[in-house]
Design a protein. Structure first.
Length: 278
């Protein structure tokens, strides 16, 4: 079991920031904005799913997971709150969060499914976000030229996503989830996640009047599909999830640990969940 600390991020998101806040880059700003637009509703879904999964376990098994799930929920609740503030600034800039409405309709349509399906979907999404999070921590220069508070926001979120990458996965297997459905949900989540982010990024670029500018796509190409791009360089890690013997802990969280250690002045621990070592 993991020890997950809930942290209060010491940044101010009340003040407006530039439309192209990511170093003046239209594409990167639109892409990260799209990710943020998915977070409040997504984080709530993750919390609800993992808590519902925990409740199905026998009391003695619940006890073994309770502290870790508490920490997971605390971290995700903090992410939801912070990105809600970030998204308020995007709304003030005139951006429309069409992705959130689309996700809400999808969640409502699938609400009746077995709790194992919801935990599997959470585990799948957590794997994708952990991959992207570790990429961000390995490529902090992506945020060069951004305000310090926004740089801190994205790297802090990345560090915590990497830190709690195993929680939903472990709960899924504890409640009887199998490999077949884990893969089915992973492929489905990969498709819907990338489709949603792509559509919202395009919408954001349209709003910024940057959709048809050569400079936008000149930035997008290397960022997404370059040798060290966020998509291309993560294909191997994506495939790892397909293995029957895969566990998220097989991917290193060293960058997360290092960032949290080196930037402890950027947050205050407000709660912790601990459990005996397994």
């Amino acid at each position: 079991m993991s020890h997950l600390t809930v942290r209060k991020l010491l940044i101010d998101l009340q003040a407006p920031f530039a439309v192209r806040w990511c170093g003046g880059d239209a594409f990167k700003s639109a892409f990260f904005n799209a990710l943020s637009m998915s977070f409040p509703l997504g984080e709530q879904y993750f919390m609800d799913s993992v808590r519902a999964g925990l409740k199905t376990l026998p009391p003695d098994v619940q006890q073994g997971f309770a502290a870790e799930v508490q920490g997971f929920v605390g971290q995700e609740a903090t992410h939801r709150r912070i990105h809600s503030l970030f998204n308020q600034q995007l709304e003030a800039q005139g951006l429309t969060n069409a992705m959130e409405r689309r996700i809400a309709r999808r969640l409502q349509a699938h609400a009746h499914l077995d709790v194992r399906m919801h935990v599997a979907a959470t585990a799948a999404t957590e794997h994708l976000t952990a991959m992207f999070a570790d990429w961000m921590l390995a490529h902090p220069d992506t945020l060069d030229g951004s305000e310090a508070r926004l740089r801190t926001l994205w790297l802090w979120h990345s560090a915590e996503e990497s830190e709690h990458r195993s929680t939903a996965f472990d709960v899924y297997h504890a409640i009887g989830g199998n490999h077949t459905w884990r893969l089915r949900l992973f492929r489905y989540i990969t498709w819907t996640f990338l489709s949603d982010v792509t559509r919202q990024t395009v919408r954001n670029l349209w709003n910024d009047q940057a959709l048809f500018r050569w400079s936008t796509w000149r930035s997008a190409g290397p960022f997404l599909f370059g040798r060290q791009g966020i998509i291309r360089s993560n294909i191997g890690l994506w495939r790892d999830y397909l293995r029957e013997d895969f566990h998220p802990s097989q991917h290193s969280a060293a960058r997360s640990v290092q960032w949290l250690r080196d930037n402890s002045d950027q947050f205050t621990p407000v709660g912790a969940a601990s459990a005996p070592a397994s």
